[in-house]
Design a protein around this ligand. Sequence first.
Ligand SMILES: C[S@@+](CC[C@H](N)C(=O)[O-])C[C@H]1O[C@@H](n2cnc3c(N)ncnc32)[C@H](O)[C@@H]1O
Length: 324
Amino acid sequence: MEQNLTVKNKWAEKDHKWQIIEERKYMWNQSQIDRLASVMGLSPGMTVADIGCGLGYLGWTYWKHFGKHGTYIGVDCSDSLMSEAREISVEWSTSGNANFITGNCYDIPIDDGSVDLTMCQTLLMHLEFPEKAIREMIRITKPGGIVVCKELDSISRYLRLGFSSVNEDANIDDIIFQRRMKLIWIHGRKMLGFGDYGIGARVPKMMQEAGLKEISGFCRDKLEFLVPPYDEPEQKSRIEIIERFAGESTEEEKQESKENYKKYYLAGSGDPISFEKDYSRLTELFRTEQENRLKQITDDTLFSCSGGSNFFCIFGRKPCFKNN
Ligand SMILES: C[S@@+](CC[C@H](N)C(=O)[O-])C[C@H]1O[C@@H](n2cnc3c(N)ncnc32)[C@H](O)[C@@H]1O
């Protein structure tokens, strides 16, 4: 069957720059980044490619480990993100080279076997054909080099309960309903070719099938929680994100969200007859939670702890010879 390799990418369409930078400030603990860099064998002078690089987050995060006399090549299908990434990189890419190329991860514009280490973060979860992207990442990596995928298993994340003072007293039917709707949405998203939110847990299998050796991995070592008065920088930032995106939508935006949701719902085997009822129950639960959340922030009574992480860093080595 002919594969459809057109880029289906919503992420770059909206102005998410502020959110991207803010969320990434606290995404991984610096101590863990340093440990991962050492396990991956990053060292000054290396050439590192970052596929689906966005604004170049992996570049500025790992730069101190390879950047001196080293080279970073960020590749992303969004031209506008590449221009912005280039501007930002002036700040962090001293004493080495940082390059940004507009390109498709299914056909990476980098020569075979020319890169010491190839990485991606939250790229595969947006792809219809993640295996093809992994094979491309392997192609551009030198024999003996490392391929790293930092990806989420968001399905497990959405299924777990954790604790939140916002819905502490929610009834069990509502909790199960919300999770069922999430699973339908995730399945629909995958069926429509927008990628698999559970991809993190599939990466070791995909790497092994693509021919990588010595596959190993880590979980992000961060516990996410909110405790008033939220005066730690990380908590402050999370509160700011909640407040900034809590505004009331226009009727037109609401209608657009509903139409989009419906597409995913139907593609994910949701029952067409139940859609209107399900959608209004879901949006009502969301509205109530959001109101509670904002009120509790104002009152300094919002507590949450979502537990451990389903964000994985998985890597494998490209064999030196075809058969090892
Ligand atoms: C969630 S963002 C992650 C960005 C960056 N890795 C980070 O962690 O900040 C996913 C990125 O993948 C890019 N992308 C999606 N499909 C792509 C494709 N087929 N080829 C190249 N980049 C792609 C998007 O433009 C977006 O910048």
